[in-house]
Design a protein around this ligand. Structure first.
Ligand code: TRP
Length: 384
């Protein structure tokens, strides 16, 4: 499989190593496009490392924007079929549907009680809604809390994600820290993993970020004819055919880089600069590398997608494993927070570290003023 799914832009050192827990989620929103492929699908499908890996389809998150049951189910199957087509191996990566793990929602509630409104209102989605004059729903405001619960339920440490998710992962980190501080927990503090050296934002046909909202995308599952037609519409400058060209003057080269080998990228840029290639030829080259990478994926996608029972089996199987892990985390969380019946052998870290204030001080030193939530708590605590 790996022979057809190359990824020149994913550097080996950006692949998580060791035994750290890797968690990533995909929001099922319509047909995935090349921007999604480069930004998150490919890194997620290629998650490696010795630690436990979890990958889920975030159908609960999708409810903040989707209102049609049949469409949502289709989008969930599209997402999981795309991941599998890209080479995600459900034997090595626990692959599941978010809503099959209700423990996540319980943790989400608990984390929500630790999230002050001003902290939540700083999130991008919330700000965007306000800027556009839309009323944010409670679901939208608490989107990052649910995302934190997704990660922390599995004690996730590494979160492969596009750069647009960096703020959310940072918020998850803050909530983990706050939970640990408040209840004496030991949730690991997660970090986002971006593809090193790669653009996690691929430009679209018009040069702006590739996004469904701008209608400038190339869908992963477009037919070759459709894909070629779309490539032909990519904006270029109007340099004469044999004039030297600035390779950066068109998104063609940036998209090409994400699918070509480093040599191919260097050659194309040089040919453009020397005036040996025109933009039409650059587009031919792009069509070639896209065909090479996407045709096998598209075929696999269609064969996987036509077997919904098979996809369900993968999701349900992964869901069982995921639930066991989340339930173990939640047993500890329940015991620490005091919800649910008394547990035998509660999981608690030694109280001494907390009582002495050592941990507070260590946290302040590690995570300075960028984090008002973490800063506020030790202060008020000490004054009590
Ligand atoms: N918010 C992410 C997105 O829009 C999807 C997501 C939900 C996620 N929960 C997550 C990603 C947990 C990483 C970890 O793409």
């Amino acid at each position: 499989m790996s022979t057809t799914i190359r990824n020149s832009s994913l550097q080996p050192d950006s692949v998580p190593r060791g035994d750290r827990v890797v968690v990533s989620g995909i929001k099922p929103t319509g047909t995935p496009h090349l921007g999604n492929l480069v930004g998150m699908l490919r890194p997620v499908a290629r998650m490696r490392g010795g630690g436990d890996r979890f990958c889920f389809v975030a159908d609960l998150h999708a409810l903040t924007t989707r209102r049609d049951a049949a469409e949502l189910r289709d989008a969930v199957y599209d997402a999981v079929a795309t991941l599998l087509a890209l080479g995600l191996d459900p034997v090595r990566v626990t692959t599941f549907r978010q809503s099959d793990v209700p423990e996540i929602l319980e943790l989400s509630w608990i984390l929500g009680t630790l999230a002050p409104m001003p902290f939540m209102e700083r999130a991008h989605a919330c700000k965007a809604a306000r800027a556009e004059g839309r009323t944010a729903t409670l679901g939208l405001v608490s989107y990052p809390v649910l995302m934190a619960a997704d990660i922390l339920s599995f004690r996730g440490e590494i979160v492969p994600a596009g750069s647009d998710q960096a703020q959310h992962v940072e918020m998850a980190r803050t909530l983990a820290r706050r939970f640990n501080h408040r209840f004496g927990g030991d949730l690991p503090l997660p970090r986002a993993l971006h593809e090193k050296g790669a653009r996690s934002e691929l430009p679209g046909l018009d040069g702006r970020k590739m996004s469904k909202q701008y209608r400038n995308t190339i869908p992963i599952t477009a037919t070759p004819e459709k894909r070629r037609a779309l490539v032909r519409t990519i904006v270029t400058d109007s340099s004469p055919v044999d004039a030297p060209k600035n390779p950066e003057a068109s998104p063609v080269t940036a998209i090409f880089d994400a699918f070509a080998t480093p040599e191919e990228s260097a050659n194309l840029r040089q040919a453009l600069r020397d005036g040996r290639a025109d933009w039409g030829e650059a587009k031919d080259a792009l069509i070639h590398v896209l065909d090479r990478e996407l045709e096998p994926i598209r075929e696999r996608f269609h064969s996987l997608r036509s077997n919904e029972q098979g996809l369900e089996a993968v999701l349900l199987d992964g869901g069982r494993t995921a639930r066991q892990r989340a339930a173990a985390t939640l047993r500890g969380v329940r015991s620490l927070t005091g919800i649910g019946p008394v547990q035998h052998a509660p999981v608690r870290r030694p109280a001494a570290a907390y009582a002495s204030g050592l941990l507070d001080r260590a946290l302040e030193m590690t995570f300075p003023a960028s984090d008002p939530v973490a800063i506020a708590t030790p202060q008020t605590r000490r004054e009590e």
